[in-house]
Design a protein around this ligand. Structure first.
Ligand SMILES: [Zn+2]
Length: 179
C-alpha cells in the first residue's frame, strides 16, 4: 500500500498532499494551462513547489514568454532538438551557430531564435544524425556523397554546368545516378 504523503499547510490549518494540479501561467497576454506537480492544500490556497516541481513551472513560463515574444519555435522544442543531437547548450552554439550563450537564452525565452535557426532546429529534430557527424575538413569537399546531393538538388542548367566544370568529379556521380 502506498503511504499518502501529507504535511501541514504553512498558510492555514489545513493539510497539504502531494499531487498534480492544473495551473495557468500568464505572460504579456499569453497564457498556458498545464499540470503542475507539487504540494496542494485541501483549503485551496497556494501550493508549495519543491525540487524538480520547479522544472515544470519554469518550462511553462518559458513557453508562454516565447509565445509572447513571437518566437518561431518553442523553448522545449529547442531543448529537445539540442538533446537529440547530444550536445550541451554551450556546444550547441557551435554546432548550430549563435555563440556560447545562445541556447541558454533560447531555452529560457530570454532571446528568440531567428526563423533560419528555428528551421535548422526542426531539421535536427527530424534528422539529428545530420548534426552529429564530425566537422568537415575545409579542403576535402565536395565528397562523392556531396556530389550526389548536388546533382539531386540542382534544377538550374546554368548552375549544373558551372558545378560540373568546377568539380568534374560530379560527372562520375552522375553516371551512377543515370545508370
Ligand atoms: Zn492551506
Amino acid at each position: 500500500m502506498v503511504e499518502e504523503k501529507t504535511r501541514p499547510c504553512p498558510s492555514c490549518d489545513g493539510v497539504m498532499r502531494r499531487g498534480v494540479q492544473e495551473e495557468t501561467v500568464t505572460f504579456q497576454g499569453e497564457s498556458l494551462t498545464y499540470q503542475q506537480p507539487g504540494w496542494h492544500c485541501e483549503n485551496g490556497d497556494d501550493g508549495v513547489l519543491e525540487g524538480s516541481d520547479n522544472d515544470y513551472a519554469d518550462a511553462a513560463l518559458h513557453e508562454v514568454m516565447a509565445r509572447a515574444k513571437h518566437s518561431p519555435i518553442s523553448p522545449l522544442m529547442v531543448r529537445a532538438a539540442r538533446e537529440a543531437v547530444g550536445v550541451s547548450q554551450r556546444q550547441a552554439g557551435k554546432v548550430f551557430g549563435g555563440g556560447p550563450t545562445a541556447f541558454y537564452k533560447y531555452e529560457t525565452a530570454k532571446a528568440v531564435p531567428s526563423e533560419g535557426m528555428a528551421n535548422l532546429l526542426m531539421l535536427a529534430l527530424e534528422r539529428p544524425d545530420l548534426f552529429t557527424k564530425p566537422a568537415r575538413g575545409t579542403f576535402n569537399w565536395p565528397s562523392a556523397q556531396d556530389a550526389q546531393l548536388l546533382l539531386r538538388a540542382i534544377t538550374d542548367d546554368r548552375l549544373n554546368a558551372i558545378v560540373r566544370r568546377i568539380y568534374p568529379q560530379t560527372d562520375a556521380a552522375d553516371e551512377r545516378v543515370a545508370g
